[in-house]
Design a protein around this ligand. Sequence first.
Ligand code: GDP
Length: 284
Amino acid sequence: MNINWYPGHMKKTRNSIKKNLSLVDLVYEVIDARIPYSSQNPDINTIIGNKPRLIILNKSDLADKKANLLWEEYFKSKGIKAVSVDSLNKKGIDNIVKLSYKLTEDKRIALKKKGIKNKPIRVMILGIPNVGKSTLINSLSNRKGAKVGNKPGVTKANQWIKIKGGLELLDTPGILWPRFEDKHVGLNLAFTGAIKDELLDTITLSMELIERLNEISNSYIENRYNIITKDKTPYDIMMEIGKKRGCIIKGGKIDFEKVSHIIIDEFREGFIGRITLELPKNLR
Ligand code: GDP
């Protein structure tokens, strides 16, 4: 899902999200556990205001286990609860319900005092494209495959889906814009497939990915492709992977395009390992 954002578009989105926010008691902010900083909307704090929020570190199955805990701790230190989830395989979903219950305790007590019983606690999901908002909605609601409205600015009657714990979830997530500020963020979004690969051609993107992975640990590429990477350039590494995987074009040359797709796809699918690309300690 790719959206080209422009100022008018962002304003419209912000307004429609504000409207929906007035209907809910709690927000699930979905981010990608592999790139928690890069997959966060830069204006999230002002958009949400003081609405209770739960950060969902989704795709945690693709991210490093220890890093997931570090990020949970980091957000906790900022006063925001965060939970690691794998929406695709429905792991961590019960924790979401439990924490939602906790986060809306004040509201429940207030309602009880007023004599209002059985009023559902309402929730909406927010996040940039591709972090897994639709998948999470499906997991929470036990719905299968139904793709929810994904175009920002498209108005649609709100539907409330009953989920566990007396919660009701808005069936349409708020789709936010990503950070645009630097190349680092742009690359992270491209590596994980959150934005179109057009930022760079795939060969350059895969060379950047090899460099990044080797910065984190040489063992990822070495173990996956059974090669030695020490003192080798990303170009050399791609040559070797191409030879191993039979990516050869006419004249015996390496098909770099094919190699780059192998590396990028295998990274995205988690075959190269559970890898987190940014840690809280590196935040500027
Ligand atoms: P949205 O644009 O935020 O609604 O994202 P989608 O729900 O469409 O998910 C984007 C892609 O990520 C899809 O291919 C999903 O199958 C995949 N995905 C979503 N959640 C998870 C998860 O927790 N783990 C893994 N491995 N993949 C996920």
